[in-house]
Write a protein that binds this ligand. Structure first.
Ligand SMILES: [Ca+2]
Ligand SMILES: [Ca+2]
Ligand SMILES: [Ca+2]
Length: 319
């Protein structure tokens, strides 16, 4: 019954009585006769749905960010009225880069396109078991996921919010394709699960961090003492790496100023920018020491495009 597609035209509604009458006419012994026989059945209910994330591509967010919405659509593609629950689907580790926080589902309720969380007639917060969507055959409902975005994420990090919509007819969500739920359909007809794996469907919406930002990270990469070991003591040379990452839009006129730490002295000629040695004087290359700023290494990186990293390395010696 369900093997071939019945999409593309309206389904017969669940519970519809279909009466087929065959009539025989003729004459018997010169007398006209007419005999009819009818067969009657009622259309059973099929239960199925679609659950779709509508934004089309990841929704750009900042880090942190507050109350950002994703938009979904739930459609009853069966042929009877059906109530559905909505529930969160947690993501397996490693599927995305961060977890959206403080997730709340909202149902489109005020007839104004998009989510309105306040004002005179806002949309409504979904509460499982309280305002589960009840949809007629072929009817859809827009719903929203609203979440906060964590602090200190990287650029281009993705966080998934997954929602499962499931039929609330007993046995439908846990059934399988072709399962017959006796008497559970509209007006007491049978209900047939018309989805592989049960009358449930998951939809995943994606947030992606996309604000412009510059990150600087400084780390010690080498420690060489005068005995060939790596003990922090007088005369030990300590090599630092400063990594500058630009995310989003181009960063203009970037300048790194790195004062030589107390108790150390700058190792002359040790500045490298992206692996290229720099002179200590203020000249045509990017770096200088104790010239632009007293007792500091200054590196003028200039304009740095989004999505790129620059690396500055320098050494000091412990006094
Ligand atoms: Ca139903
Ligand atoms: Ca609305
Ligand atoms: Ca220089």
């Amino acid at each position: 019954m369900l093997a071939h597609s019945i999409a593309g035209y309206a389904l017969s509604p669940a519970g519809l009585e279909v009466k087929n009458v065959a009539t025989l006419k003729g004459s018997v012994a010169g007398v006209m006769v007419q005999v009819s026989s009818s067969a009657v059945f009622r259309v059973e209910e099929i239960i199925r749905l679609t659950n779709t994330w509508l934004d089309g591509s990841s929704v750009s967010v900042k880090t942190p960010d507050l109350e950002r919405a994703l938009t979904f659509s739930l459609t009853n593609t069966g042929n009877g009225d059906e109530a559905f629950s909505l529930s969160w689907v947690s993501q397996a580790a490693g599927i995305d880069d961060f977890d959206p926080l403080d997730l709340v589902m909202w149902l489109e309720d005020n007839g104004i396109a998009g989510l309105q969380m306040d004002g005179i007639g806002p949309d409504v917060v979904y509460a499982s078991g309280v305002n589960d969507p009840l949809l007629g055959a072929d009817k859809s409902l827009v719903y929203y996921v609203v979440a906060d975005i964590p602090d200190k994420l990287g650029y281009g990090d993705e966080g998934i919010a997954g929602v499962e919509a499931a039929s609330l007819t007993s046995g439908a969500a846990g059934g399988n394709l072709g399962s017959v739920l006796t008497g559970m359909g509209h007006d007491g007809v049978d209900a047939i699960v018309a989805m592989k794996g049960g009358a449930r469907a998951e939809a995943n919406g994606v947030y992606e961090t996309a604000d412009s930002r510059v990150d600087v990270a400084k780390e010690i990469i080498t420690t060489v003492d005068k005995f060939g070991s790596s003990i922090f003591m007088p005369e030990t040379e300590v090599g630092y790496r400063i990594t500058i990452k630009v995310m989003g839009a181009m960063a203009k006129d970037l300048v790194i100023t790195d004062p030589v730490p107390n108790g150390t002295s700058f190792v002359r000629g040790s500045v490298m920018v992206d692996g290229v040695a720099q002179t200590d004087v203020d000249d045509a290359d990017s770096a200088d020491f104790d010239s632009t700023t007293s007792k500091a290494v200054v590196v003028k990186l200039g304009d740095v495009a989004g999505g790129t990293a620059r690396v500055v390395e320098l050494k000091v010696a412990i006094k």
